[in-house]
Design a protein around this ligand. Structure first.
Ligand SMILES: Nc1ncnc2c1ncn2[C@@H]1O[C@H](COP(=O)(O)OP(=O)(O)O)[C@@H](O)[C@H]1O
Ligand SMILES: N[C@@H](CCC(=O)OP(=O)(O)O)C(=O)O
Length: 377
């Protein structure tokens, strides 16, 4: 696939039939960190225009904690996880009520979907989310997605909504991803640094980004900063989806293909795959170390990880959890979903399928990680 020009990428965004828009907490709040309903109204109006012209729009919105802490009587956003989770439970309902009113002015229905990284990396759940989203879009609804903060476990969570939005774009086979934040574009360095310049176009976000330096959030409310936004642009790019990153007040022009913000070209022909979720959705819970032969087979692609080539299982994980697959030198080769609990694996190490069947039983005659659940890194 040859690299498209900036104008071509912007035109493809303007022509997108299905679009995923992510808005960060920093774009929905007042300087105090409290939700700013007027910002939410402006965003809803811009998205409503696209919807009313026939576009299919999915909104990934942060802001539950911002919407919840004021009504709970806190002066500022809570810092500890339990209070954040409780605050999100209160704020999520309030946030949705605001969106319902804002989109209702245009006769548009919204539907809430709350996602944890944990439940979407499993094949059945992934397909379930996909089916529900497809149906909502068919019904003309604007699905509004957030991480299920109240239930997400600390170990496996997106934290920011950037990567989640890119995975959703992949899931609904979107033709554009729009990342809305509190800066108007990607800059060559955090915008607080003197001399930083706007980057208009990133033709290949997979390659090292030359002299661009990015850092975490610059606000009290945002999470992840530009680091997770670039990760999101990468996930979208390898899914064949262009991304535009800009501030929320530029949402309309960005979706019309106007020269605002930063655009990232897709780097691969489009495709949709659950395997991307395995690669990006969750932090691995442990590691399976493999010998040279298995490392070679895995690097070649399309091979399952068999117990015969495994040397060690590290960490405490259950079947279905994400794990690293490392070579003996400790280099990450792949991420995958474990086929067995970590405590079952030591007795299986180094044994071929016939031996596993004979000594441990037919239920053990399976790969430690099936190739369908393995993604190279
Ligand atoms: N190179 C960069 N270009 C632009 N912004 C950057 C860069 N590096 C870090 N940032 C910071 O990223 C912030 C946006 O991320 P974040 O606060 O997490 O927002 P959101 O709530 O929208 O996810 C900006 O306000 C900026 O301070
Ligand atoms: N899920 C959390 C958002 C976490 C967060 O701050 O995300 P972001 O603003 O996108 O970096 C919420 O709704 O408050």
């Amino acid at each position: 696939m040859s690299t498209p020009s900036q104008a071509e990428v912007r035109r493809s965004i303007a022509a997108a039939g299905t679009i995923v828009v992510k808005v960060g907490s920093s774009s929905l709040t007042q300087p105090s960190g409290h939700l700013d309903p007027s910002k939410l109204d402006v965003l809803a109006a811009a998205l409503a225009q696209v919807r009313l012209m026939g576009g299919r729009v999915v909104l990934v919105s942060s802001g539950a904690i911002a919407a919840g802490f004021g009504p709970l009587g806190f002066d500022e956003r809570p810092a500890d996880v339990a209070t954040q989770q409780a605050t999100a439970a209160v704020g999520q309902g309030l946030l949705m009520a605001r969106y319902e009113t804002a989109f209702g002015r245009f006769g548009i229905r919204v539907g809430q979907i709350l996602i944890t990284a944990e439940d979407t990396i499993r094949a059945t759940q992934y397909r379930n989310v996909q089916r529900t989203l497809d149906r909502l879009l068919d019904l003309g609804v604007v699905p509004i997605i957030n991480e299920n903060d109240s239930l997400a476990s600390n170990e496996i969570r997106f934290g920011d909504n950037d990567r989640l939005s890119a995975l959703i774009a992949n899931l609904v086979r979107a033709e554009a991803l729009v990342l809305l934040t509190d800066v108007d574009a990607l800059y060559t360095a955090p915008p607080s640094q003197p001399g930083s310049r706007r980057v208009e176009y990133v033709p290949n976000v997979i390659d090292a980004l030359g002299d661009i330096t990015v850092s975490g959030s610059g606000s009290k409310v945002g999470t992840g900063g530009m680091v997770t936004k670039l990760e999101a642009a990468r996930v979208a790019a390898v899914s064949g989806i262009p991304t535009v990153l800009t501030c929320a007040s530029n949402a309309g022009p960005a979706m019309m293909g106007d020269p605002v913000g930063t655009v990232f070209a897709p780097v691969k022909a489009r495709g949709s795959s659950r395997r991307l979720w395995i690669g990006f959705a969750a932090e691995p819970r442990g590691t399976i170390v493999v010998d040279e032969g298995a490392a070679k087979a895995i690097r070649g692609g399309r091979a399952s990880l068999l117990a015969a080539g495994a040397l060690e299982a590290r960490g405490d994980f259950s079947a279905g959890d994400p794990v690293w697959v490392d070579d003996e030198a400790g280099t990450h080769l792949a991420r995958g979903l474990a086929g067995f609990d970590s405590e079952e694996i030591p007795q299986m190490l180094g044994r071929n399928t016939a031996q596993l069947k004979r000594f441990l039983g037919p239920e053990y005659a399976h790969p430690l990680v099936h190739r369908d659940n393995l993604v190279l890194v």
